[in-house]
Design a protein around this ligand. Structure first.
Ligand code: SF4
Ligand code: SF4
Ligand code: SF4
Length: 256
């Protein structure tokens, strides 16, 4: 066989292989979208009061990159001088260097607010939902870093595989229109009681008393938009985070 015909055979083979891969990819997308249930009124969410940061949220999701992400419950942060969500507690030479950071994927960014204090921002596309920072913040800080199922990614499986594996029984079904849960433990000083004339309460958890957002006399909070796009893509959004830019790695009373 001549060199020319061998080259043309190889090109033909490559073309066919690429076409086959393209079809497989397209098939996978369709399968993924078909698997996602956007019609159910209830969705999965993690109760941050129960989560112990065991690490299974990173490994048990049916998606290759877990639908669970860390978010920062902003009003709860203590602005600790040494953040144990950001740094490990056993630090080499007690230095504030990259080797002593807790996050394995460099998903926690910090910005100075007033020397020597920082605020911490989650870079969600990098977060694998391992919960290491959540455990550090919970053990040594105010517990303001929490894991939440992000609904722009979650397929809302009938039976969530993380829920099945969760040792703390922290997964529960919540109404789609209030898909995020704040901590409630020890939050008496953080949130005001609502006035009697406020709008009807959102979803309330049992058996713990539910978080009650302060009344907003201006307007009722915007419901979170749950986009119907392909959840497996890693998505750059306008806000830099995954999905609803309202959260963008942070969470507050207006988001639940
Ligand atoms: S599996 Fe349960 S306890 Fe473990 S990190 Fe996820 S929600 Fe928390
Ligand atoms: S859960 Fe925390 S430590 Fe783990 S990847 Fe996400 S931001 Fe990093
Ligand atoms: S419902 Fe499915 S996609 Fe969503 S967190 Fe659970 S396993 Fe992952």
């Amino acid at each position: 066989m001549s060199d020319d015909s061998q080259t043309s055979d190889r090109r033909g083979f490559l073309d066919k292989a690429l076409r086959a891969l393209g079809l497989l990819f397209a098939g996978g997308m369709v399968g993924h979208l078909a698997a996602r249930d956007d019609t159910d009124d209830m969705v999965w969410q993690i109760d941050p009061d129960k989560c112990i940061g065991c690490g299974r949220c990173a490994t048990e999701c049916v998606l290759a990159l877990s639908a669970v992400k860390c978010v920062h419950e902003w009003p709860r942060c203590g602005y600790c001088e040494l953040c144990f969500g950001y740094y490990v507690d056993q630090r080499v030479d007690d230095l504030e260097v990259a080797e002593n950071q807790r996050c394995p994927t460099d998903a926690i960014k910090r910005a100075p607010v007033e020397d020597p204090y920082y605020e911490y921002i989650i870079d969600e596309p990098k977060c694998i939902g391992c919960g290491l920072c959540v455990k550090g913040c919970n053990d040594y800080g105010n517990g303001s870093l929490v894991l939440q199922v992000r609904h722009d990614r979650c397929l809302n499986c009938n039976e969530c595989s993380i829920a099945r594996a969760c040792p703390a029984n922290a997964f529960q079904r919540v109404p789609r229109e209030h898909p995020y849960l704040l901590r409630t433990l020890g939050d008496e000083d953080l949130h005001e009681e609502p006035a009697a004339s406020s709008a009807p309460e959102p979803f309330q958890r049992a058996p713990e008393p539910a978080f009650e957002p302060a009344p907003d006399p201006g307007a009722s909070p915007e419901p979170l938009d749950l986009p119907a796009g392909e959840p497996s893509a890693i998505p750059p959004t306008a806000g830099g985070g995954l999905g609803p830019p309202e959260l963008n790695g942070r969470m507050g009373a207006g988001d639940v």
